[in-house]
Write a protein that binds this ligand. Structure first.
Ligand code: PSV
Ligand code: MN
Ligand code: MN
Length: 387
């Protein structure tokens, strides 16, 4: 790839940010309040627009329903447009209601299953109003004890709900199924891994695809293999990017393991899936607990950019030649050369060429936005968990 191609690919890259990153959040031990956090969905969008203003590559905001419920979603979409961003993925929430103690779409009680399905269908109505393409489904469904419920019957109930939701999608809409190894269920999770998600999506059809949340695997899982496999099958719909040290930590992406992020982006570049037209949506799913929200999102976007730039710099020809020759150390060396390149000057140049400040963190800090919202907003909202 020529340097001009690398720069063009970096300029065209797009990252979607989550509305819930801007609210107060924490752990089950303590939610730490921060000055200036948004009081409503509009203010979350306004904050997301700041991330785009300083990075230039994050013009899309995911919503989570009901955390971001408003009376008029069409109006919210216009509000976003006025701020230079748009509403992207609609994230469903069938995990924060007493009724869902034994599961949502896999619950043994048909009344609760109907209620959960009703929410999924309502989220497609919201997509119609916001013009969103993607519906993201994550189910906390599972059991805590062997024998608690029938594993196969729960798969049947899951398949039924997925099918009904798929039928409701418009021709341009997609359904993204997210898996997670464990939590909140500790014995069995109904969609625990990419294989389960893939098998359901395969049965549903072309517009059902898998979401990889980087924090949802057992330690040591080779996530880039999953990326390569799903891309090869045309079934990778999106990422939920974040970092983990232990479980589903939801820390800034690229903070815990920048090398893993590079390896993932290398598979993306290898499959020519960086382009927006590839249909792979690069979303952040992070929850900033002790760090300030907007700068944390800016940092995450920059971390993805850096991993991407390094992946774009891999000498593909040299790598293929070394691989074909069985040159184990040579092939590894080609990859490591790219990873060890300091791409920060290149990214600073790309930003300057796009009319942006080469240092987004410093530019945001200088802007005075943080001080302004701290003065203007009183009584900011919790991100969603425990709200
Ligand atoms: C579940 O842990 C998850 O990753 C899903 O994407 C939820 O929608 C999200 O967290 C909320 O942050
Ligand atoms: Mn997620
Ligand atoms: Mn998660």
């Amino acid at each position: 790839m020529t340097e001009t191609d690398v720069r063009a690919a970096l300029r065209a890259q797009r990252i979607e940010v989550p509305s819930w990153a801007y609210g107060n959040s924490g752990t089950r031990f303590k939610v730490f309040g921060q000055p200036g956090v948004p009081r409503n969905p509009e203010e979350k969008i306004a904050d997301a627009a700041q991330v785009h203003a300083y990075t230039g590559i994050a013009p899309v905001v995911s919503l989570h329903i009901p955390w971001d419920r408003v009376d008029d979603f069409g109006k919210l979409a216009s509000y976003a447009a006025e701020r230079g961003v748009r509403i992207g993925t609609i994230n469903t929430n069938v995990f924060q209601d007493d009724d869902y103690k034994l599961g949502s779409v896999t619950n043994p009680d048909p009344r609760i299953r109907r209620k959960a399905l009703g929410h999924l269908l309502e989220c497609v109505d919201i997509m119609d109003a916001t013009g969103s393409r993607d519906l993201k489904l994550w189910f906390s469904d599972g059991t805590n004890y062997p024998g608690q419920d029938d594993i196969r019957a729960r798969q049947d109930r899951l398949a039924e709900a997925l099918h009904a939701t798929y039928q409701r999608l418009g021709p341009e809409q997609r359904m993204l199924l997210e898996y997670k190894l464990f939590e909140p269920a500790f014995y069995l999770t109904d969609v625990p891994d990419w294989g389960t998600a893939y098998a359901h999506c395969l049965k549903l059809g072309e517009r059902a695809q898998v979401v990889i949340d980087t924090g949802h695997h057992a330690p040591g899982t080779n996530i880039e293999f999953i990326v390569a496999f799903l891309l090869r099958e045309g079934k990778l719909g999106a990422f939920d990017f974040n970092s983990r040290f232990y479980a589903d930590d939801d820390l800034m992406v690229g903070a815990a393991d920048p090398f893993q992020l590079f390896r993932i982006m290398h598979e993306i570049v290898r499959a020519d899936a960086l382009r927006v037209e590839s249909g792979v949506n690069f979303m952040l799913d992070q929850c900033h607990n002790i760090e300030p929200k907007i700068p944390a999102q800016i940092r995450s976007v920059m971390n993805v950019q850096e991993a991407t730039a390094k992946a774009l710099l891999v000498d593909a020809e040299a790598l293929a030649a070394a691989q074909a020759a069985g040159d184990v150390l040579g092939a590894n060396g080609v990859l490591m050369d790219a990873y060890n390149t300091d791409v920060r000057p290149l990214l600073a140049q790309v930003r300057a060429e796009s009319g942006l400040d080469p240092d987004p963190m410093a530019a945001y800090a200088r802007s005075g936005y943080a001080e302004r919202i701290a003065a203007e907003r009183v009584g900011g909202q919790q991100a969603g968990w425990g709200a």
